[in-house]
Design a protein around this ligand. Sequence first.
Ligand code: ADQ
Length: 468
Amino acid sequence: MSRLIIISNRVSPATGEGGGNQGGLAVALSAALRESNGLWFGWSGEETETFTGAINFQRADGVATATIDLEAQDIDEYYNGFANQTLWPLFHYRIDLAEFERGFAGGYERVNARFADTVSPLLDKDDLIWVHDYHLMPLGRELRRRDFANRIGFFLHIPWPPMRLLVSLPSHRELVESLFSYDVVGFQTRDSLEAFIDYVNGQMELTVDADGMVEFQGHKVHLIACPIGVDCEQFRRASEGEAAAAMRARMTASANDRTMIIGVDRLDYSKGLAERFLGYERFLSARPEMHGKVFLLQIAPPSRGDVTSYQEIRSSLDNLSGRINGEFSDAEWVPLRYVNRGYPRDELAGMYRAARIGLVTPLRDGMNLVAKEYVVAQDAEDPGVLILSRFAGAAEQLLDALLINPHSPEEIADAIAQALAMPLAERRRRWQSLFETVCSQDVMWWWREFTRVLEAVPQPSPSEAAEG
Ligand code: ADQ
């Protein structure tokens, strides 16, 4: 087995028993690294006055990490700029929020080259290199320019946008061409894979064969859809553990016999929080008989606070939640509990289990792990109902959820009413099928599947590598 090198914007290995409080992705990648004695490389999250390329090596619980600091201009242009103000909105279909600034694009290229320069001395020729997400799309090309003939894979965690949207990015062609330096390019869903194929057919006049193989300038790339999952076993255990039970008991006590609906999201415009609140408001207006009988707990820790569009969504949600509570609350009942903080994962598992409905309504989402966590955390005897946006990647797999269009307050309101009235037998049947799907393609399956495909790529002979 080859040594695995994971390269991502941030490095967050899981340490402690069962990964402690880290998410499934950290747990899975850490397991993959332990198995191959690999290395995880990325940005420390820290700022330095001038970029030096100095590497901070650490090893914890059998996982080796190597991190670098970035200078202020890098963070502005690469991270807050091109990644989070250009690519993120554009890839989530929010062209109205996307900023196309040359400085951002330049910073993105510069930081990708810096990643390549710094990681290069750490790489051996047999290493399997796995690059993650939209921050680092050109990294494969940068490594090829430095003569690495290794097998290099890329996985995109966010959606791939339709061709007609992507072409609004001034450097769209260069960005897509850079992906052809990889041997394997993985997407979350068939839908994203098809949008990518549509682009390479339409803009590059290339043909992708039935197995997902496409050739560009003499190099073959394997395109796959490989949906990420959650750590089913660990999260199930957490949801049955003490911390979850204690949290569940606290939630039940504070619910005071009212039925709880839960939403858990990073505070991001792609998550459809305003639309969710409006759908819930519609439900309350249409069903006065339900007043005092339900409440929505929305947990939304702030993220990317340096970016203006995130400050704006935060203040508009403050207003909207205030308006809804002002309109419907009475002395004994507050219909919307809106909380801007994160919770430890085991407590989150308890909250999911205490909720009769999981309300997951992103306007666009690569996958959405909250939907899968909600399913895993349910009590098999008395499971809750998942309401899920059709535009989350997870909707391709979770067909037994109540699938809705998050832009329609009526559909959200009707789905809430349907979920509240759903008989136990139907809840059990739907949940059983969702649980089987989520656990058969969990996050361990995901990394094994991706690395299996990458490992199957024939390694170039030394002469080919020299020519390449
Ligand atoms: P995200 O956009 O961050 O990820 P998501 O998949 O929902 O979205 O993952 C969020 C994670 O953060 C979940 O594990 C959730 O439990 C956790 N989390 C959220 N709010 C929390 C809170 N208040 N307290 C504690 N934990 C909280 C990106 C893409 C997704 C894709 C993932 C993985 O946007 O589409 O599913 O990567 O590929």
